[in-house]
Each structure stands twice: as C-alpha cells, then as structure tokens.
Ligand binder design. Structure first.
Ligand SMILES: [Zn+2]
Length: 372
C-alpha cells in the first residue's frame, strides 16, 4: 500500500468522532471497510454492559495456508478525552491536529495499519494463517471494552496477539506492563462552627492532608509508581469540614511491591484518622494485572523475527501503563503492544510520523506472513 493511501486512510479515520462509549458511527465505517474485503464483522454485544452504543468488533479471516499460528490483531477504536471535530494537517513527514485537540493517532494509526494490512492480504493474495481482528471499545476509560469482551467468541483462543497501540519507534514492542490498584479514601470527621466552637469539630481536610503528606508517592523505584489524583472536601470556610474524599492509584511490575504500597497508603490514612478520632473508609480495587513476556515467548520471537526481516532493530520495552494487552494476557492470550508511529498521545501535540507508520506497516505485514 502506498504512502498516500495510508495517509489518506488515516486522515479519513481521525475525522470521524469516536469518543469512548460513542463509537457506533465509527464502528459502522470500519464494518463497511471490512465488508469491502468480503469480511463479516460481529459486535460482541458488550455495548449495553458498559453503557456504550457499540460493542467490541470481532472479524475472523480464515487461513490461506498451513503452518501459521492463529494471530490476533487488536487496537481500540475510541479516542481519549472529549475532543471532537478533529482536523488533521499533513506537513512534510508528519501529521498533526489543526487545532487544540488531540490527533487521535492513538489508536487510529493502529486501525489504519490493520485495515491496510488486510487490504494487502486481500489484493496480493499473501499466504497467512487464521487472523482474529478485534477492535475494542472504551479502552481509554479503564479498559472496560476489553474487560467486557466476549472471550467465548474468541475460542479457541488465538495463540498470540499484537496490540497496535504503542509508541513512535518501529520495531519497538512493549512486552511488560505493571499491575495497578486504584484506591478511594473517605475521611469522616465532625462538623462544627469554625469560629464559635472549633474544638467540637474534627477537621477531615487536615487529616487527609497529614495522611497524604506522609505517603510515599511519585516514582517509588524503577518499576513502581503511586499517585493521589483527586481530592474534594469541605463546604464553607466557617465550617470545620466533616468529610474529605480523595482517590489515588499505585502501580508496580511486581505484584508484591504493589500490595506493599497499597497497604502503606491505606495505613497512613487509617493512622491519621485514628489519631484525630475520625473514621476512614477505604476501598481498593485491582485495575488490571501486569504481564511480563520475554524473548522465549512465541509472540515476542515472531515480533523480533518480523522486525529483522524488514530491516528494523527490534527492541523490548517495559511499559508504565495499562492497555488492553493487560486484559488479553489475563485471559490467556500472550499479547504485546507494538509501535505504530504515533507520538505524544493524549496531548494536543500528538503527531504521527509518516515514515515510522510506513515502516510499522511493513513490520505488521511481516508479522502476519512470516514463515518460521
Ligand atoms: Zn491507545
């Protein structure tokens, strides 16, 4: 597929809004494009369970030759935040947004690459094994699309998956990702008039402040992080605040370290509340489990061999975030994230490097067609 065709497909896709839980219009464009390749797409019905207008899309492409693994290709079809009306501008070797919005290369660069690869298989009659293409919804809102994916529909499970939701450097694979917990805190003190009888009150904001200031936060070590991200409390300056709620998260590539950090954050709040005679209610929830794949895993091996075949320097990368790959690995599909040429996602500076995208396209074709 030529540079111009890839660029114009990408520009077409980013101009169609696809906010999380509002992916239906965009999904129907994808379905039409696949139908143009004589491929049927099934909606797995996850939409109503996640409050969205559309479920995850699943499309099976039968093998045309023997001796290939069953490969799943995935990326998400929603874009982050609430930017709509995205207008791409092509300038030399880069595509960026015309205004102060994201570009949507996360993950429409990945969608472009998958659609273009399927087109090439179709047009050029390339030999390949069975492919399972899964376009997930609502990835940007805590991976809920992948969490509610109908995994029965993927049976027998694909032997490996490539998630096209990675970075800018062709050949780069994210083979490790952290475990994550989210933690919600509510501190309940006692309201009182701040001027008339402050001694009758218990200041929930002050308790929260003490607890948070005593927490280890930020980058804890090279594989663990923690954050308090929101806080809300009090109602007026003349009232000793009764309630303060705050929310945080912790991540680590080591599950034991995550457990230790989560316990530490809880303890600081429990201690500060107990010392002041207040109550603390704390809920912890696992956001996703981590994964760690290495050069011995078939999915990584194939990615490396395919990169080398097209003259790329393969590199394995440890990710700091969660993606649908975490959920697929949890469900027993060995999955890595591969680069697409997208840069600075989730910001108005987001851009797509066209030469990188072209190289990632060659890489993807090699991943699909490689005979080992
Ligand atoms: Zn993404």
């Amino acid at each position: 597929m030529s540079r111009d065709t890839l660029v114009s497909l990408f520009c077409e896709l980013v101009q169609i809004d696809s906010l999380s839980k509002h992916e239906a219009a965009f999904a129907s464009v994808i379905k039409d494009k696949l139908a143009g390749l004589c491929l049927d797409t099934t909606d797995d019905g996850a939409g109503p369970y996640i409050g969205g207008d559309c479920g995850n899309l699943i499309c099976r492409i039968p093998a045309t030759a023997d001796g290939f693994p069953v490969i799943m290709l995935n990326t998400h079809i929603d874009t982050v935040g609430d930017d709509t009306g995205i207008q791409p501008i092509v300038e030399d070797d880069e595509i960026h947004s015309a205004s102060n919005t994201i570009l949507g290369a996360d993950a429409k660069a990945g969608i472009t690459l998958i659609l273009a690869a399927l087109q090439a298989l179709h047009d050029q009659d390339l030999p390949h094994g069975e492919l399972v293409v899964v376009f997930t919804v609502a990835e940007e809102i805590e991976l809920v699309g992948a969490q509610h994916l109908d995994y029965e529909m993927l049976q027998p499970l694909p032997q490996m998956a490539y998630v096209l939701d990675g970075g800018v450097t062709p050949g780069q694979m994210t083979t490790q990702a952290p475990y994550a917990d989210k933690i919600s805190f509510e501190v309940r003190g006692k309201a009182a008039h701040a001027g008339v009888e402050p001694e009758a009150g218990i200041n929930a904001i002050q308790i929260a402040a003490r607890a948070i200031s005593e927490m280890k936060l930020g980058r804890l070590d090279e594989e663990s992080t923690a954050n308090i991200g929101t806080i809300r409390g009090g109602s007026a300056t003349n009232i000793v605040p009764e309630v303060t709620t705050f929310n945080g998260e912790a991540r680590s590539h080591q599950e034991e370290k995550l457990a230790r950090q989560t316990r530490h954050m809880r303890q600081k709040v429990e201690e500060a509340a107990a010392d002041a005679g207040a109550e603390a209610e704390i809920t912890t929830e696992r956001s996703y489990n981590g994964f760690a794949l290495g050069p011995d895993d078939a999915v990584v091996q194939r990615g490396i061999a395919a990169a080398q075949q097209v003259g790329l320097q393969p590199s394995l990368h440890k990710g700091g975030g969660g993606s649908d790959a975490n959920i697929f690995n949890e469900h027993g599909i060995p999955s890595v994230i591969i680069a697409t040429g997208a840069h600075k996602p989730h910001t108005p500076e987001e851009l797509l490097r066209i030469p990188s995208m072209l190289k990632c396209y060659e890489w993807l074709i090699a991943i699909i067609t490689l005979q080992q």
